[in-house]
Design a binder for this molecule. Structure first.
Ligand code: SAH
Length: 214
């Protein structure tokens, strides 16, 4: 029987702190959220390894370091309203729920959305709402958002997501081709929009109006 708490602690030390993740609240969230409960039972012993893992519908749960890096880039202070595109397993949504006020998450595969919702409920997260649909269009009914995270790769920054950012808001999105992307941090400041490249990643496709065609 694996000691998952110890495995999590080791993951935080060797994969996150060693690579420069330093926000204490992000590290605390990564120490707390039981990542192994978001993957199939057969893969639980690999849940804290330094790589992504398959979930259903040919999708993946991201590498722990990428989850921490993207989360840290959004600089949460506690009360933010955050939008996630690509619920997948629900793991990233749980990490966001530890750091922000309310999490809105959209998934295009109903089966994944259903399972993620169940796991998050069972763990007691009450501040996450999951919806099924094309997240490349954002979630206009509940905009604006203080933070937006896209956890799938896209050829361009989806404009609706920029439009739905609050002033002072931050959007992190992997932009590139299907084989590799750069993490782009988009900030809406009172004087305009800025974009910063935060380095290379590899994500599954964002499929939708503002992503790849099916
Ligand atoms: N954040 C997830 C991993 C995401 S994998 C986790 O923590 O497990 C990317 C997910 O984005 C997949 O589940 C995929 O189905 C979903 N996706 C792709 N395009 C989408 C779109 N346009 N709208 C919503 N979800 C989308």
């Amino acid at each position: 029987m694996i000691n998952f708490k110890k495995a999590r602690e080791r993951m935080v030390e060797t994969q996150l702190i060693a690579r420069g993740i330093s926000d204490p609240k992000v590290l605390e969230a990564m120490r707390k959220v039981p990542r192994h409960l978001f993957v199939d039972e057969a893969l639980q012993d690999q849940a804290y390894n330094d790589h992504p893992l398959p979930i259903s519908d040919k999708q993946t749960i991201s590498q722990p370091y990428v989850v921490a890096l993207m989360t840290e880039s959004l600089k949460f202070t506690g009360q933010e309203k955050v939008l996630e595109i690509g619920t997948g397993s629900g793991y990233q949504a749980a990490v966001l729920a530890e750091l922000a006020g309310r999490v809105f998450s959209i998934e295009r595969h109903p089966g994944l959305a259903l399972r993620a919702n169940q796991v998050l409920r069972d763990l007691g997260y009450r501040n996450v709402i999951i919806r099924v649909g094309d997240g490349s269009m954002g979630w206009p009914d509940d905009a604006p958002f203080d933070a937006v995270m896209v956890t799938a790769g896209t050829p361009e920054v989806p404009q609706p997501l920029v439009d739905q950012l609050a002033v002072g808001g931050r959007l992190i999105v992997p932009v590139g081709d299907r084989l590799g992307q750069d993490l782009v941090l988009v900030q809406r400041r009172p004087e305009g929009i800025t974009k910063t490249n935060m380095g290379g990643v590899r994500f599954v496709d964002l499929v939708g109006k503002w992503g790849w065609k099916e």
